[in-house]
Design a protein around this ligand. Structure first.
Ligand code: EPZ
Length: 423
């Protein structure tokens, strides 16, 4: 097991290249199961989550090759429709193979993903959608077993849940519907850019999808799909994470992010500007500098295009040393505040109750051994450590490596002092 030792004297400058989006790559890799032909996907980040997905595809019988950021998948013949427990338990997002397996094999056997530290991770909306297309489902031995021996039929489906839309649920229904007989309408679809990227990939394959990016998506089923080439969109959450690194620790000249899609980050950029940070956009680059007088904010994490839940932990790290009071509410994952207890070990003044963190900024945090708990909480601890007094040790670094490609090397490239050592 590795740990990071982060020296709290960071003065960041220079530029960083943002990787392709993990959350766009995962469903797109799953969608390669929908054709026997070869698919070439570029800018797939080399992180453990995408590597788990490649293992699942191989386990199902697909030929998989990875050459740095380019992945080639050819699912000419599949040897079954089961995503094994030992892989699914490592990565909840594996459930996005359900839709393509059901469409291709007329069945899918995927283990129930179980919960995780950010909260309960139900799958009722996924099942509502896929049953709506004519599949039957049962839970047996910890597996969700879906079958549709007569194939799937288009249907009008409402995917809204009590916490709003479901990103992977929308992906699963879309991937099942592209080969169904007739037209499917998804009401209450997720609007995230990663859903749009998947729809673009499927349409390149020959699917007929309209309305991706809105809450109303129409899919006209087709007979078959072909192999394609595709480049994954930039990772908006990695970009947002580096914007906050810049807000916390940029020197006079600020830092520049390259290969980003600023349009995917408007809610985050607006909040940072409202807190006093100069954020400039030039095409596909963003720069951020220090704020002369930073102020806090009151933010609520909601479905896209609002402030993303995957960025709220990182904002807590910024607010921990922002003068005054800030409030962070998460309507999507109300329990997603594990990072706050670790930041309090570093001296942060945060109280969490009922899905809301109230943060009173302190002058400076101080180093302490802290424990990473989930992907974005770990990134938040790394950010907090950049300017904390002393050297902070962050344990269980594997959480960060699930979704950030070489984040320590990228921060070192900007001037941070970080060592990765065996714990
Ligand atoms: C995706 O997860 C992302 N993961 C998550 O990012 C992200 O936090 C989440 O969307 C919300 O934006 C990937 O794209 C791989 P949801 P997903 O279904 O699709 C409830 C990261 O850090 N819900 O949109 O699994 C659910 O409990 C990860 O990169 C149901 O009630 O999330 C939550 O409250 C973490 N029933 C809300 O909907 C269901 O069947 C949104 O969940 C499904 C979800």
């Amino acid at each position: 097991m590795e740990k990071l030792i982060v020296h709290g004297n960071a003065k960041l400058s220079g530029t960083v290249n943002i990787s392709g989006s993990k959350n766009a790559a995962l469903p797109i890799l799953a969608a390669t199961l929908l054709t026997r032909e070869k698919c070439v996907i570029r800018r797939v980040p080399d992180v453990s989550d995408t590597n788990y997905m490649l293992q699942i595809l191989q386990n199902l019988g697909a030929e998989v090759e990875r050459a740095s950021g380019t992945v080639t998948v050819k699912a000419e013949t599949l040897n079954g429709a089961e995503a094994p427990y030992d892989l699914v338990r490592k990565m909840r997002a594996s459930i996005c193979v359900m839709g393509p397996l059901l469409a291709r094999m007329k069945e899918s056997i995927v283990s129930l993903p179980g919960g995780c530290v950010i909260g309960d991770r139900p799958v009722d909306l996924h099942l509502r959608g896929l049953e709506g297309l004519g599949a039957t489902s049962k839970v047996e031995g910890g597996n969700m077993i879906l079958s549709s021996p007569k194939g799937l039929r288009g249907q009008e489906i409402d995917l809204r849940g009590k916490h709003g839309t479901t990103v992977l649920g929308t992906d699963n229904v879309m991937m099942a519907a592209v080969l169904a007989k007739g037209t499917t309408i998804i009401e209450g679809a997720a609007c995230e850019p990663e859903v749009v990227d998947l729809a673009q990939f499927l349409n390149k394959m020959g699917a007929k999808i309209q309305g991706a990016g809105t809450s109303h998506i129409e899919i006209t089923g087709v007979k078959e799909l072909g192999g394609v080439e595709h480049t994954v969109i930039p990772d908006r959450i990695e970009a947002g994470t580096f914007l906050i690194a810049g807000a916390l620790a940029a020197g006079k000249s600020g830092i520049t992010l390259r290969r980003v899609e600023p349009d995917h980050l408007t809610a985050v950029i607006e909040v940072l500007k409202s807190c006093g940070y100069p954020v400039e956009r030039q095409g596909k680059t963003l720069t951020i500098g220090r704020a002369s007088r930073p102020i806090g904010a009151n933010i609520t994490a909601e479905p896209y295009p609002h402030f993303p839940t995957d960025m709220q932990a990182q904002m807590c790290a910024l607010f921990a040393t922002t003068p005054g009071l800030s409030v962070v509410k998460d309507t999507i994952f109300p329990q997603r505040f594990m990072h706050c207890s670790e930041m309090k070990r570093m001296g942060a003044d945060i109280s969490v109750d009922d899905g809301t963190a109230v943060i009173r900024g302190v002058d400076r945090l101080s180093a302490a051994p802290v424990m990473a708990s989930d992907l974005r909480a770990s990134a938040a601890l790394l950010l907090a450590a950049l300017t904390a007094k002393g050297n902070t040790e962050i344990h269980r670094v594997y959480h960060i490596d699930r979704g950030y490609e070489n984040i320590d090397d990228k921060l070192i490239g900007l001037g941070a002092e970080i060592e990765r050592v065996q714990a």
